[in-house]
Write a protein that binds this ligand. Structure first.
Ligand code: PLP
Length: 602
């Protein structure tokens, strides 16, 4: 049996019971029952299932853990958090997040004008908004407008020019200024894949000289009282806590120095994001707990405040990945197993066959557990010889097809007889005879971080989990691009089940995809965002809320600026009326492949 590393990555959000992957909440529905209900409404193709109760759990855990540390250390500052919109801006995710965070005063972080508009519209008045990233005067004006709506907004400046623009807007509009934060360019860098967001060569933040210049500029313009926050971010998915401790010491001292210079309004340190989640099915990759993380932040800041004789700062975090990753599961239907053409019923032996083919036939018939390795090796040698014979013209295409089928069947039989997944020898063989699973999704659209930076995501079939998976698997998406592949990796081997798709369906779940994947994804081959749904629990009932279907073909074309009316009229002019009506139906469907649902017996 294989539990796909669920104990390592699922944080108890999903469990395996009776061979099915289930949501570990209330009535514990199986994922297949949810998928089935959606597909019965004719939504085929890939699905994104969002679980707002998991987002709620993450927000509760974050606040509870920090507030416990604050109590333990008798810390005088408060804990505050904002969700960085760049991590997931989609309404199906954001609306429940805002509702879940209301009781804590949970806010939003924005890094662009569009994100700011989301925050201005939906963030609760009084809950914090922080603004990061590069800004122009228009963006700064928008921050002033947000402030005039009553928002508790802090503009974190990345460079002196942004402070100069704030002063200009203040003078030109006479509106009241939002709070100001200074992003510091730390000497210390982060750890993990995104470590370059921190450190002295990072793209963002002010050097010590610039911090002092900024302070002087604020003094000259009577604005020191608006300076409320010091900010840093050492990079996403920190795998070790050490760089955070260094960054805390550095920024803590900057905070204290500015306080002692006279920055009376300065009350907060914003430690950015970086809190990692576990993605691996094979090994531990995050080497600290949330408890340790919170204790280190609180303890370090307390020590510095004591040393420098300043008040303990309020703590802000901008954790995104930790809050959102586990809330979303991508479900992909398997469309085809490429070796299905090697099934025995395709074998067409002749009355008289070439001797090597006859021998393959006998190896297959006579193989036992004791002879499995030997016969498998023999069959692979024979196959190679038979391919050479084919190239030289000594055997025909039917012989070659028979040889391929028999060799495949011999290897399959050997794997079943041997039943040892961990043998190095078997893994080597697995690499040669991978089964290729064609999945109805686009890697570029739905797992851009896998494609771009080799980020591992947990993968697990959502049924058949009480059966031993015997096929070493490589996964193909439906784009016409060979990069849309997740090849079998001997170091992180993925085994899946041998399925006859004519008889039953098979779906793979990709877990922890709720952070960054939704809007980083791209429309390669014009496959757009999958159909998505919020799965909510009202008492023990499971309710599918807000199903948003993947874009129609015609809308995708319009999005990339085709004149779709013109396209339709050209097509109409060149087709018979009844055919055009059929074509129009296709224009109004999404572009993923349609598969026929057959019931899976629970
Ligand atoms: N804050 C800032 C300024 C960021 O740049 C980022 C992302 O890189 C985050 C917060 C969120 O980081 P994470 O998703 O690792 O929590």
């Amino acid at each position: 049996m294989n539990n796909y590393g669920i104990d390592n990555w699922s944080d108890n959000n999903f469990i395996i019971e009776n061979g099915l992957a289930k949501v570990n909440h209330k009535s514990k529905p199986s994922l297949i029952s949810i998928v089935k209900e959606i597909r019965e409404q004719d939504f085929k193709g890939p699905l994104l299932l969002r679980f707002p109760h998991i987002t709620q759990k993450q927000i509760d855990t974050l606040y509870k853990t920090f507030n416990t540390s604050i109590k333990t250390y008798d810390y005088k500052g408060s804990f505050n958090a904002v969700f960085p919109l760049k991590v997931n801006q989609l309404p199906n995710f954001i609306h429940p997040l805002i509702a879940s965070g209301k009781k804590y005063g949970y806010g939003l972080e924005a890094g662009s004008k569009a994100e700011l508009i989301i925050a201005m519209t939906y963030n609760a008045i009084g809950s914090p908004i922080t603004i990061n990233g590069f800004k122009d005067k228009e963006m700064i004006h928008l921050c002033f407008i947000a402030k005039s709506m009553g928002h508790n907004i802090t503009v974190i400046i990345e460079g002196l020019n942004e402070l100069e623009m704030i002063i200009e807007v203040l003078k030109e509009t006479k509106m009241s200024s939002p709070n100001i934060g200074l992003r510091v360019r730390l000497h210390s860098g982060g750890s993990g894949l995104w470590a370059k967001s921190g450190g002295i060569n990072s793209k963002f933040g002010l050097t010590s000289t610039e911090i002092l210049e900024a302070y002087e500029l604020m003094e000259d313009n009577n604005m020191v009282n608006h300076l409320t926050m010091i900010h840093f971010h050492i990079g996403s998915a920190m795998n070790s806590i050490k760089p955070l401790k260094k960054a805390l010491r550095e920024s803590g001292h900057i905070y204290a120095e500015l306080k002692n210079l006279g920055a009376t309004g300065l009350t907060s340190i914003n430690i950015g994001g970086g809190l990692a989640v576990e993605y691996s099915a094979y090994e531990k990759t995050r080497f600290y707990s949330l408890n340790e993380f919170a204790n280190d932040v609180v303890f370090t800041l307390k020590e510095i405040a004591k040393q420098k004789g300043v008040e303990e700062p309020n703590i802000f975090t901008e954790s995104g990945r930790f809050i959102s990753a586990s809330s979303t599961v991508l479900i992909t239907p398997v469309l085809e197993l490429f070796s299905s053409e090697y099934e025995l019923d395709h074998l067409k032996l002749k009355e008289t066959n070439p001797p090597l083919i006859q021998e393959l036939h006998d190896l297959h018939r006579d193989m036992t557990k004791r002879t499995a390795y030997e016969y498998m090796h023999d069959s692979m040698d024979h196959m190679e010889s038979l391919l050479t014979l084919f190239d030289l013209g000594y055997i025909d295409l039917q012989d070659r097809s028979n040889a391929e089928i028999l060799t495949h069947q011999i290897i399959k039989k050997a794997i079943t007889l041997l039943e040892i997944e961990d043998s190095e020898e078997l893994k080597r063989i697995d690499e040669n005879i991978q089964e290729k699973y064609l999945l109805n999704f686009s890697m570029f659209q739905s797992l851009p971080d896998y494609w771009g930076i080799d980020q591992e995501f947990p993968i697990m079939p959502i049924t058949h989990l009480n059966k031993k998976p015997t096929r070493s698997a490589s996964l193909w998406d439906i784009t016409c691009d060979s990069d849309g592949e997740l090849p079998f990796d001997m170091k992180k081997p993925l085994y899946l089940h041998d399925i006859n798709l004519n008889k039953e369906d098979y779906f793979l779940g990709f877990f922890n995809v709720g952070a960054y994947q939704d809007t980083l994804g791209m429309k390669h081959n014009l496959f757009s965002h999958p159909t998505e749904v919020n799965v909510v629990f009202k008492n023990d009932e499971v309710i599918l809320e807000k199903i948003i279907e993947s874009q129609k073909v015609i809308d995708i074309l319009e999005d990339i600026d085709y004149d779709t009316e013109e396209m339709k009229s050209i097509l109409k002019a060149n087709l018979k009326q009844d055919i055009f009506i059929k074509l129009e139906k296709y224009l109004n469907e999404n572009s993923y492949l349609k598969t026929i649902w057959s019931y899976y017996d629970e």
